[in-house]
Design a protein around this ligand. Structure first.
Ligand SMILES: *Cc1c(COP(=O)(O)O)cnc(C)c1O
Length: 365
């Protein structure tokens, strides 16, 4: 049996008719950029996340970058974030000219709030927690620290659409939430896409202009901005898929719960807080025998990934920041022990059972 890590072709089959119908409709009208499709998707997305506003942009990295720009973050400023994330989190901070300042993570793979305050300086302007793997960072503690030190909070929610704590969703805790609609995310479009959520009218209005050249109307430009927009076809696709997202997330959740139940005595598995709902963007286990286990699973045609094998502070791109091995022991240790198992909504029961069987076989050898 061959177990694929993802199967985007199968997910397409679920939505094919609706997508083709929309594609045809939009193509006939010829409204490919700003359109009703974008506006109605933005309303639907904001309502899903429980925020006042949502703004469609070019991709998740732009979402982070544009929010930082809109909040006035620039060269000489510092933004606190985590070394265990996709490179885009720190990349977006660096693209504004500001300095990413890393803080180590906790057992849950997210930024450790207890270590944040010692990283704050007079240059710190914002905290950018990442809801890694589809699990919310400790937003209560982070918001308290931010309030005390008068800092912005920008959620990198690229992996966490639909994740919630006490029914409050990712993207509604900070000053802004940033989402990616990349094909490897739970809610995805056919290409790149991103969304920003916020409750601030001021930030919303600024972002509407910032993503569209700084234009306040067709002919008048208030400031030089960027071109980062979510096209009508992808907005329509996102809209169709958002309607089915909870069903898809629940399927992944069922698989996750089965993995946890069957594997928790062999490897470290994710845990949930009370009233918490993770969306398992990725399902991460952790073991000292990670490399051997991954090799054994490949031999058995089970595809796995590592999110992420190199912590950001040890990337070549970060060398000028002056970090070294040993600076963030938790993130470094995790990067050597984590493994992401296949978890997509079309994974069959027998495939899940096969993955479990092979992992048990590996440890019982
Ligand atoms: C995917 C991802 C991004 C970037 O999103 P893109 O749409 O690919 O630009 C940023 N942060 C995290 C944590 C991500 O997983």
């Amino acid at each position: 049996m061959k177990v694929k890590y993802v199967d985007l072709g199968k997910i397409y089959q679920d939505y094919k008719e609706e997508i083709i119908k929309k594609f045809d409709e939009i193509s006939r009208q010829g409204m490919f950029v700003f359109s009703n499709e974008l506006e109605s998707f933005e309303k639907q997305f904001a309502s899903y996340c429980g925020t006042k506003y949502a703004i469609g942009v070019g991709n998740g990295t732009d979402a982070l970058f544009l929010v930082l720009k809109a909040l006035g973050i620039k060269q000489g400023d510092e933004v606190i974030t985590t070394p265990n994330s996709f490179i885009a989190t720190a990349g977006a901070i660096a693209a504004t000219g500001a300095t990413p300042v890393f803080v180590d993570v906790s057992e849950d793979y997210n930024i450790n709030p207890e270590l944040i305050e010692s990283a704050i300086t007079e240059k710190t302007k914002a905290i950018m927690p990442v809801h890694l793997t589809g699990r919310l960072a400790d937003m209560d503690s982070i918001n308290k620290i931010a309030k005390k030190h008068n800092l912005f909070v920008i959620e990198d929610a690229a992996q966490a659409i639909g994740a919630s704590l006490n029914n409050k969703k990712a993207g509604s805790f900070g000053d802004a939430g940033c989402f990616s609609l990349h094909p490897l995310k739970n809610l995805y479009v056919h290409g790149d896409g991103g969304v920003i959520t916020t409750n601030s009218t001021e930030l919303y209005e600024k972002l509407l202009k910032l993503r569209n050249h700084g234009l306040k109307n067709r002919d008048e430009c208030e400031f030089f901005g960027y071109n980062s927009r979510l096209g009508a076809i992808n907005a329509a696709i996102a809209s169709i898929k958002l309607s089915g997202l909870d069903t898809l997330n629940n399927k992944k959740r069922q698989i996750a719960l089965k993995y946890i139940k069957s594997l928790k005595s062999y490897v470290k598995t994710p845990s949930e807080r009370e009233n918490e709902k993770q969306v398992y963007q990725v399902f991460v286990i952790s073991t000292e025998k990670r490399n051997e286990l991954q090799k054994f699973l490949i031999e058995n045609e089970i595809e796995t990934k590592i999110h992420y094998p190199i912590p950001i502070h040890l990337q070549e791109a970060a060398s000028h920041l002056g970090y070294k091995e040993g600076d963030f022991p938790a993130a470094e240790k995790q990067s050597k022990q984590i493994l992401s198992l296949p978890i997509h909504p079309h994974l069959k029961d027998e495939e899940v059972d096969f993955v479990i069987l092979k992992i048990k076989e590996f440890f019982n050898k």
